[in-house]
Design a protein around this ligand. Structure first.
Ligand code: ZN
Length: 322
C-alpha cells in the first residue's frame, strides 16, 4: 500500500482540476472548478484555493508531501510565476508562492502543461519505456514536452518541448505568439476548422463547425476537409521531424481533441513524415496516439512533483507491482 501522495493541479483556460495522487499514479480524491479566465488575477487564484480547500478537507490530505502544478503557459519555473495566454489576469503571477501559502508550506513544483503531459505519458502511457520522447497535445492549441536520456526535460523555465511555436512556414501567417507560420497556427483545431471554412466546406444542419466536424467530413470523403487535415498533418510532421533531428527522439506521442480524429490525422501525418524525417537516425521514428486521456495533466503534475522530491534520481514507482 502506497502511503505517500502528492497534490496535483492542472490549470487551464476553461477548468482548474485538482487531485490527490498516490505514488503509483492512482487518483484518490478529485476537485474541480471552472476557470474564471476573464476575471482579475485574485478571482482566478480564489478558484485555485477553493480546489485546494476541497482536497485538504479529505482525510487523505495528511499523506500529501508535495504539490505538483501543471499550468497553461508560458510558465517561469525558476521565478515560480505563470502568464497563461488565455488567462489575462495572470501576468507574472506568483502561483508557486500562493499555492505554498494555501497548503501550509508544502513544496511546490511548477511545469508547463505540455511538460506535465510528457511526464504522464512517460510514467504510465504511450512513452513508457522510451528514454527519448516527444509528447504532444493537439487541440485548441498545440503543446508538448520532452523526455531526454530517460528524464523529463522541463528546461530551466519549465516550457521545454513547446513544439506549437516552432515555425514551419517562414513567411506564414502571423501567430498570436508574435512569430509567423508556427505549427499551432496551421495545425490547431480552430485553424483546421477555419481553413476548411475558407476553402468552401460548410457545416451540416447542426451548425457544428469544429475540427471534430471537419474530421467527420474528411472521413466521409469531403475533399476540402481532407485537405485541411492534410495541411495540419504536414505542419505537425515538419515540427516533429525538426525535433527528432535536433534531439534524437525515438517516439512522438500525440494526444488532444484533434488527435481523436484518429487515422484522419495519423495517416497523412505518417505519409508527411516520410517527406520530412529523412536522415538515417530519424527515419524510424514511431508516431503513436496518447494513452493517458483527460487525466494526463493531473497525473503528469503529480509525476513532476514526485520526480522533484526524489531529486530526479529515479522514476516514480511503476504501476505494475507498485
Ligand atoms: Zn506561434
Amino acid at each position: 500500500m502506497p502511503t505517500e501522495s502528492v497534490a496535483a493541479l492542472d490549470i487551464g483556460g476553461t477548468k482548474i482540476a485538482g487531485a490527490l495522487v498516490d505514488s503509483t499514479g492512482r487518483i484518490l480524491v478529485r476537485a474541480q472548478r471552472p476557470t474564471p479566465a476573464r476575471e482579475n488575477g485574485e478571482t482566478v487564484m480564489g478558484a485555485v484555493e477553493s480546489v485546494l480547500a476541497e482536497l485538504s478537507a479529505s482525510p487523505l490530505w495528511s499523506s500529501a508531501t508535495a504539490v505538483g502544478v501543471g499550468s497553461a503557459g508560458p510558465v517561469d519555473a525558476s521565478a515560480g510565476t505563470v502568464s497563461p495566454v488565455n488567462v489575462p489576469g495572470w501576468r507574472g503571477f506568483p502561483l508557486v508562492q500562493r499555492v505554498r501559502a494555501a497548503t501550509g508550506g508544502l513544496p511546490v513544483t511548477l511545469v508547463g502543461d505540455g511538460v506535465a503531459i510528457a511526464a504522464a505519458e512517460h510514467w504510465q502511457g504511450a512513452a513508457r519505456g522510451y528514454d527519448d520522447a516527444l509528447c504532444m497535445v493537439v487541440s485548441t492549441g498545440v503543446g508538448g514536452g520532452l523526455v531526454l536520456g530517460g528524464r523529463l526535460h522541463p528546461g530551466p523555465s519549465g516550457n521545454a518541448g513547446h513544439i506549437g511555436h516552432i515555425s514551419v512556414e517562414l513567411a506564414g501567417d502571423p501567430c498570436p505568439c508574435g512569430s509567423r507560420g508556427c505549427v499551432e497556427r496551421i495545425a490547431s483545431g480552430p485553424n483546421i476548422a477555419r481553413r476548411a471554412l475558407d476553402n468552401g466546406w460548410r457545416p451540416g444542419p447542426d451548425g457544428d463547425a469544429s475540427a471534430a466536424a471537419v474530421a467527420a467530413a474528411a472521413r466521409a470523403g469531403h475533399p476540402v476537409a481532407i485537405a485541411s487535415f492534410d495541411r495540419a498533418a504536414r505542419a505537425l510532421a515538419a515540427g516533429i521531424a525538426a525535433t527528432a533531428a535536433l534531439a534524437d527522439i525515438r517516439i512522438a506521442v500525440i494526444g488532444g481533441g484533434v488527435a481523436n480524429a484518429g487515422e484522419v490525422l495519423f495517416a497523412p501525418l505518417r505519409r508527411a513524415l516520410r517527406d520530412y524525417a529523412t536522415l538515417s537516425y530519424v527515419r524510424d521514428l514511431e508516431i503513436v496516439p496518447a494513452r493517458m486521456g483527460t487525466d494526463a495533466g493531473l497525473v503528469g503534475a503529480a509525476a513532476a512533483a514526485l520526480l522533484e522530491s526524489r531529486d530526479g534520481t529515479e522514476e516514480p514507482a511503476a504501476v505494475v507491482g507498485g
